[in-house]
Design a protein around this ligand. Structure first.
Ligand code: 16G
Ligand code: MG
Length: 541
């Protein structure tokens, strides 16, 4: 009898809304929180299957909707090394989420167990955390119901940033091995981050404070916690001013603040009263994205986005490797998406003389490509990203005997950075500290950073069409292969603009097609974007 099956019995408490089809998108399931209970329950089952399939390695589950409005929520899985869920399993997530009844769910679960040859004798293990959304605790109960019904051992890490959960997942799975990543606790995260920051800082001075807008999300209280572990300004440490850290009024989350607000509106949050040339940064709602910005002496706003963080990190790490005597032995490369400003790509290839790879949108694609380099710097323009060091690179960095005091000091900084930078996923905290260290080492303010190259004017548009799925891309989303003929029209338009570049792709998170265009002047970029949008509209009816 189905009702005696614990999975079916618990599922009955979290019925699937009949009229909905769910899809594991670019970063998990994300929608209005009211619709998510059945989805979270089923993701809990999938986490159990995934852990069993991987011989009881620990899987992470994060409940967050990142930069989305307070009424939304979402859920995503973290693989044992702290990476995003292996792509193939997204299909299984979608299958479980859409099983129309409790009985159909049990059948789908059993079928996956059989098809994937999962050993049911293995005890699954899962850890989970959530951001500050009001719906979080309710969704946690759906998750716990699934973990109990599937006989899973679990630990609730309560409130964490997304990158903290990725960190803890990797620590747990590497504990006691030669790849031990750190202490699998929130405190362990702060201690590791603070110790490596201090080591990388040396005796460098920070030129004034950095103000961090925490999007009124989980990043606020967690950043305040991290600060307790960092050297204080009176000890020569960095002064971090925390703003927009109200997590008591849930409706303030991501409202008129945060990384997405700044990137989309190309302006500071209205709450910001920054003085000229002061460094400002914004996190998103789960602290895995970072944006920098400043106003100049004429009150002009300057955004320093993910492309800027990537170029700054690549410049600094490339120099460090050379100065440490490891220039020939460490292949540094940069990974971007089609959204990267063309000027940043030219700067990396022509000035920094480093290779650039372009991948489709979404952290998992960039991360994967970055692991192919000894040192892979990857960032999306929207501020998601990190730097990953391969095992070979880590060995070389740790074993190398410096040949001079100058080599030795560069090597010390490089070693500290390998520990500071979160290797599992982009982490706004470690990215923030990395940027601050680089600026201090170079004695640069935001203006010097901004002057490394000049962005090409650009425009991003959003077009609603009847069915976005007809827009299929190739060449890392830079070209449309369907509908037929559309790419030729875009090419024809692009050819008419100096430094013109444009592409259209279906969003992975919203029901829309996005159009990006850049050109030599703002007017031309706007014009090109509008014309390409027209082509998309006509093709999409
Ligand atoms: C998700 C992705 C982000 C990507 C964005 C694109 C992760 C953790 N997040 O937020 O990397 O830039 O989707 O959204 O992978 P779009 O497909 O709607 O343009
Ligand atoms: Mg996020």
């Amino acid at each position: 009898m189905a009702s005696q099956n614990p999975i079916a019995a618990a599922s009955a408490k979290f019925p699937k809304p009949a009229d909905r089809t769910f899809q594991y998108g670019t970063a998990g399931f994300r929608m209005k929180a009211a619709l998510l209970d059945s989805v979270v329950y089923r993701v809990g089952l999938l986490a159990a299957l995934r852990s069993r399939k991987l011989n009881g390695q620990i899987i992470g589950v994060m409940i967050t909707a990142s930069h989305n409005p307070p009424d939304d929520n979402g859920v995503k899985l973290v693989d044992p090394m702290g990476e995003m869920l292996e792509q193939f399993w997204e299909t299984y997530a979608t299958i479980l989420a859409n099983a129309p009844s409790d009985q159909a769910l049990v059948e789908a679960y059993d079928k996956l167990t059989a098809d994937l040859k999962i050993d049911t004798a293995v005890k699954p293990r899962v850890v989970f955390a959530r951001d500050t959304r009001a719906s979080g605790p309710r969704l946690v109960s759906a998750l716990v119901a699934a973990l109990e019904a599937s006989g899973t051992e679990y630990t609730d890490y309560k409130l964490l940033t997304t990158p903290q959960l990725h960190y803890i997942t990797r620590c747990l799975n590497t504990k006691g091995t030669t790849y031990e990543y750190g202490e699998p606790t929130e405190q362990g995260y702060y201690e590791k981050t603070a110790a490596s920051f201090k080591a990388a800082m040396g005796h460098k001075k920070f030129n004034g404070p950095v103000t961090v807008d925490c999007a009124n999300g989980v990043g606020g209280p967690k950043l305040r916690e991290l600060i307790k572990y960092l050297p204080s300004p009176s000890e020569g440490g960095l002064e971090i001013k925390v703003v927009n850290d109200d997590v008591v009024e849930p409706e303030r989350l991501n409202h008129q603040c945060g990384a997405d607000f700044v990137k989309t509106n190309q302006r500071a949050p209205p709450s910001s009263h920054s003085t000229p040339l002061a460094r400002c940064a914004s996190l998103d709602g789960d602290a895995d994205r970072l944006m920098y910005y400043f106003v100049d002496s004429d009150n002009g706003f300057h955004l320093l986005d993910g492309d800027r963080i990537a170029t700054l990190a690549a410049l600094f790490i490339g120099d460090l490797a050379r100065n440490a005597g490891l220039g020939e032995k460490l292949k540094v490369g940069v990974v971007q998406t089609a959204y990267a400003n063309g000027a940043s790509t030219s700067y990396i290839t022509q000035d920094l003389k480093l290779p650039v790879v372009c991948t489709p949108t979404g952290v998992k694609h960039l991360h994967h490509a970055a692991t192919k380099f000894d040192v892979g710097v990857y960032f999306e323009a929207n501020g998601h990203g990190t730097v990953v060091f391969s095992d070979v690179a880590l060995k070389r960095i740790n074993k190398y005997e410096p040949q001079s005091p100058a080599q030795s000091s560069s090597l010390d900084v490089l070693r500290a950075l390998t520990a500071l930078i979160n290797q599992t996923v982009g982490d706004a905290f470690s990215d923030l500290l990395l940027v601050e260290l680089i600026l201090a080492h170079k004695s640069w303010g935001p203006k010097e950073w901004d002057l490394t190259y000049t962005d090409l004017p650009n425009r991003l548009g959003r077009i609603e069409v009847a069915d976005r799925n007809i827009f299929k891309t190739t060449d890392a989303e830079r070209k449309l292969e369907s509908p037929p003929g559309v790419q030729a029209q875009i090419d024809g338009l692009v050819g008419k603009y100096k430094n013109g570049r444009s592409f259209a792709r279906a969003s992975g998170t919203e029901d829309a097609v996005r159009v990006y265009a850049e050109a030599a002047t703002k007017g031309e970029a706007d014009d090109l974007a509008a014309k390409v949008a027209d082509v998309v509209k006509r093709a999409g009816v």
